[in-house]
Design a protein around this ligand. Structure first.
Ligand code: HEM
Length: 517
């Protein structure tokens, strides 16, 4: 899709089959306007929402905008306020600390060899999200640590890496199983969903996860009854408790199955996305020693106390730690965890001068953050060059090359310098005064508008917590070329094909640097 978007320009039409046509819009300003302003014209695409319906029949993510979606947003919305996120921060910090201990242990057993990190990052984000969603985790990292402690040393893989084969608790495996059944990369999701719903294994794992969440819900009700719902509102450190505390108000009541869907949705929408983004972060750090040093020095200079204690929600913000914020935004921009998102035209509409009939799915790619096709200096579009191998699928709309961004129009967001979009460069987010500028240039990792990512605030908090503490704990040493590919593969998220790291203490890194000097 990215290749098509790049070659065909700001708007293009892709015929998937005789019955189904998509329109791709890559013009940044038009995308902003559709997502943020034109709610009367566009809604969440049914084609997108139905991916998750088997797993989360009533979750926000499976619904088009209507009374049920609004009801869910109103009840769970306070989970993304600063007040609630501040209360839940210790839950995420537990996962970060366990991850740091696990990396130390793995590094000692690896004896200088690199090892794959993505499994640990998704286990860490699952532990963190569980803690924030219902107050305790499945201790996946703790279990992995215990298994690794038993090892003398790790076996060597075919690339010369250290291989750690570990298992996860059954409940975590059951959850992964049902996540992986989301038919996101298949051509006929409805058919796949039908067969999935008949699969005894899927049904068994789904029952296991749902009955676990039901027992958490019952415990939460007991807890909140004992505290009293009004008092609980100021104390609750997880989303389930918060929803239960609110349910005493008639308008905030929600049936059990809907509450369970909302909590499970945290895990579905928040684990793989955050885990993949943090895996990319480790890759960028591994390949940017000077950025690692700058980030660590920045945190120590601005918040020296974070060397001795865990950060609070209030410690980590763009004003206090602008360079950390720049690293967070740059990682989200370049890793493009979610490849794109979609809307459906609710009526006949006009986009960039082209009539789009009611019911058409319009897709936006996060590549607009790396290849800003509305940049006046961008390379000219190639309106007649369909990407190789896709000719049969692609039919260009008539003469679209002339539909370009109008430089005289007001635009709040800046531009990235031509040809630099593919580089990992946190400086692009910094002003000459050393401040963080969220409007420096295009990037939409979370989509936008009323159907943009619900969990954005939580995700950004997680990124800050993990990135700050990992940067203080480790220097990520270079890994061999054969383990350093930048290729990726796509599921719900974009994952790096290789995620090898070689964490070491800063003291060890400095000693090595001196020997080499
Ligand atoms: C780095 C991490 C994350 C990324 C990159 C990400 C990205 C996205 C994107 C691109 C969308 C679609 C937006 C649109 O259509 O405009 C989305 C939707 C959503 N995300 Fe996230 N997300 C992340 C983490 C999370 C977390 C941690 C949660 C939950 C706590 C979450 C919950 C949701 C939900 C519920 C929706 C659907 C919203 C709706 O349909 O109204 N996400 N996310």
């Amino acid at each position: 899709m990215d290749a098509a978007a790049k070659q065909l320009g700001p708007i293009a039409q892709i015929r998937i089959s005789f019955l189904y046509t998509l329109v791709i819009v890559t013009d940044y300003q038009e995308t902003e306007s559709i997502l943020q302003v034109r709610h009367a014209d566009f809604d969440r695409a049914e084609a997108n929402a139905r991916f998750f319906r088997q797993l989360l029949p009533t979750g926000q993510i499976s619904q088009i905008t209507g009374p049920m979606w609004k009801h869910h947003r109103r009840i769970i919305g306070p989970a993304m306020t600063s007040k609630h996120l501040s209360l839940t921060t210790p839950r995420a910090n537990e996962a970060v600390m366990n991850l740091i201990e696990l990396f130390k242990l793995k590094a000692s057993k690896a004896g200088g060899r690199s090892f794959e990190s993505e499994g640990d990052m998704t286990s860490a984000t699952m532990d963190a999200i569980c803690g924030m969603a219902f107050g305790s985790s499945w201790h996946i990292l703790g279990g992995i640590k215990e298994q690794i402690q038993m090892l003398e040393s790790a076996p060597t893989g075919h690339l010369g890496d250290a291989v750690f084969r570990t298992t996860r608790p059954d409940i975590a495996d059951a959850t992964w199983y049902i996540f992986e059944a989301v038919p996101i990369t298949v051509p006929f999701p409805a058919i796949i969903d039908f067969f999935t719903s008949l699969s005894p294994t899927y049904r068994r794992h789904s029952r296991t996860v749902r009955s676990y969440l039901k027992s958490r819900l019952d415990e939460s009700r007991e807890k909140i009854k004992a505290i009293g719902s009004e008092a609980a509102m100021d104390l609750v450190d997880n989303t389930l408790d918060m929803m239960v505390a609110r349910e005493s108000r008639a308008e905030d009541w929600m049936p059990d199955n809907e509450m369970i869907d909302e909590v499970l949705q945290y895990l579905v929408a928040g684990t793989e996305t955050s885990g993949a983004t943090l895996t990319w972060f480790l890759k960028y750090m591994t390949n940017s020693p000077s950025i690692q040093r700058k980030l660590r020095d920045h945190i120590i200079a601005r918040k020296p106390q974070l060397q001795d204690r865990q950060p609070t929600f209030e410690d980590l913000n763009a004003a206090t730690l602008p360079y950390l914020e720049a690293v967070v935004y740059e990682t989200l921009r370049l890793s493009r965890t979610a490849g794109g998102y979609a809307r459906e035209a609710k009526k006949d509409v006009t986009v960039l001068g082209h009539r789009i009939p009611k019911g058409t799915t319009v897709v936006f790619t996060t590549a607009t953050g790396t290849e800003d096709l509305s940049t006046p200096t961008a390379a000219p579009y190639l309106p007649n060059a369909a990407p190789a191998g896709t000719d049969a699928l692609i039919r260009q709309t008539e003469a679209l090359a002339d539909v370009r961004y109008d430089p005289s129009a007001a635009r709040k967001i800046g531009y990235w310098a031509a040809g630099t979009g593919h580089l990992f460069d946190p400086e692009r987010w910094m002003t000459s005064k050393g401040e963080f500028d969220p409007y420096a240039g295009p990037s939409m990792p979370f989509g936008l508008g009323q159907r943009g990512c619900f969990g954005k605030n939580l995700a950004v908090l997680e990124m800050r917590l993990f990135m700050a503490q990992l940067s203080l704990a480790f220097f990520f040493g270079p890994v061999p070329e054969t383990m350093n590919s930048t290729e990726f593969f796509e599921t719900v998220a974009n994952h790096p094909r290789q995620s090898y790291i070689r964490p070491m203490s800063w003291e060890c890194a400095e000693a090595q640097a001196q020997v080499l000097a």
